[in-house]
Design a protein around this ligand. Structure first.
Ligand code: HEM
Length: 383
């Protein structure tokens, strides 16, 4: 098994691979895939904070044949940009994020469960995890019910926009939905009372036209839906599995601690990528300008130099919160607390409302993805 770009569906326990790499190859050159892979905590932090390691370009020269609206979204996403463009788009994403209204997570999750529960059984992944995070974000920006439904139904196709490589079928589906979603978001954003002043403020500070700011804002609001889909789905899925396994559900505080330790121990996102814009020395290795780098966040979380007895699931460990699952440095996730809160509320709702929750599957299958470990389904019974 190649230890770097493997599909999480092909390996029953990726953490064994990380353990071996941490012991033998903390910084590893993968000659087959021509990519460096970084496994230790210290080295992952140093690359994530290094200004000579940038986010790689996705779809250079539009080789993937994305249509105009899709390109507009892709090229403006803070998650994929560098330099001054990143500074502007990140500021906009953070301003938008700060304008989110609090919504009743309990109400949304109870409706999702009610509409899909059959004979006390439900697939937690497809009925709740794939819908709840995106719906919470949509509702907190006041989108109409029919728009929430449309976007939450189509988002699974749109998130493939982030993939470094895309199949023709994925491109077709992305191109089909991007214009409609763009228009819905444009309409809603323009109706929000804070938007005009946000637009004017950023436009003046950066000498960009109001229209340019509007396009960056629409793209990054769509970016919030995109980012919340896979990672949000994963935190809810993996936390439920850990909590059921370790029976750490007696109160809300225990649930929250379990969510945080799950983010370290069995995270939804396993790696992120960079490209060296200049030579970088790391330990005894020399990363050359232009080399690709895979930062294995999930391995850093198991580094015994950072976490004592890392292979123990221990919700009381004092530094669990220092996991690298949300990244670190300039591109660190802006939704860390939001995601932990969402998962805690949703899982507490589940354990507070049902006396017995049983896992009906003993062999969880994972999506065929390189960067994330996401269960395909989790069938449970609720009594
Ligand atoms: C468990 C849930 C989540 C995880 C594990 C996660 C993980 C990450 C990681 C690893 C990055 C940094 C990537 C890098 O440096 O290469 C990131 C960035 C980002 N995340 Fe999250 N994320 C989660 C949820 C969310 C949610 C719910 C949102 C939005 C509502 C969000 C919005 C963003 C944005 C906008 C960025 C880009 C920041 C920038 O460009 O500087 N994330 N996330």
């Amino acid at each position: 098994m190649n230890p770097t770009l493997f599909l999480k569906s092909d390996v029953s326990n990726p953490y064994l691979i990380y353990k071996t790499m941490l012991q033998n190859n903390r910084v590893y050159w993968d000659e087959t895939n021509k990519i460096w892979a970084i496994y230790s905590y210290e080295d992952c932090v140093s690359i994530l904070k290094n200004s000579k390691a940038e986010i790689p370009v996705v779809n250079a020269n539009n080789e993937q044949k994305l249509n105009k609206k899709t390109l507009e979204i892709l090229n403006n996403l803070t998650r994929l940009s560098n330099g001054i463009q990143h500074e502007i788009s990140k500021e906009i994403a953070m301003l938008l994020f700060s304008k989110m209204k609090t919504v009743a997570i309990n109400l949304i999750i109870s409706q999702l469960i009610k509409s899909d529960l059959t004979e006390n059984k439900i697939d937690w992944v497809n009925s709740v995890c794939k819908k709840l995070p995106v719906l919470v974000v949509l509702r907190s920006f006041g989108f109409e019910e029919k728009d929430c439904e449309f976007i939450s139904e189509k988002i699974e196709s749109l998130v493939k926009i982030m993939l470094p490589q895309k199949t023709e079928e994925q491109v077709k589906l992305i191109n089909e939905v991007s214009s409609a979603i763009f228009l819905i978001v444009e309409k809603q954003l323009s109706s929000l009372h804070f938007f005009e002043s946000l637009q004017a403020k950023i436009s003046e500070a950066n000498s960009l036209s109001l229209d340019e700011i509007k396009t960056i804002s629409i793209s990054n609001l769509i970016g919030l839906f995109i980012q919340s889909f896979d990672a949000g789905r994963g935190i809810l899925s993996n936390s439920l599995l850990q909590i059921l396994n370790y029976k750490t559900f007696s109160n809300k505080d225990e649930i929250q601690k379990s969510v945080i330790e799950t983010l370290r121990f069995n995270p939804p996102i396993h790696n992120t990528r960079r490209i060296a814009t200049e030579d970088i020395s790391i330990g005894e290795s020399q990363i050359k300008k232009g080399d690709q780098i895979l930062i294995v966040l999930a391995s850093a979380n198991l580094d015994s130099e950072k976490f004592e007895n890392p292979i123990n699931f221990d919700i009381e460990r004092s530094n669990n919160n220092e996991n690298l699952t949300f990244g670190i440095g300039g591109h660190m996730c802006l939704a860390k607390h939001f995601s932990i809160h969402l998962a805690t509320e949703a899982l507490w709702f589940l354990f507070d409302n049902y006396k017995t929750i049983e896992l009906l599957e003993n062999n969880i299958q994972y999506e065929p993805m390189i960067n994330a470990r996401l269960p395909k389904t989790i069938w449970i019974s609720l009594q």
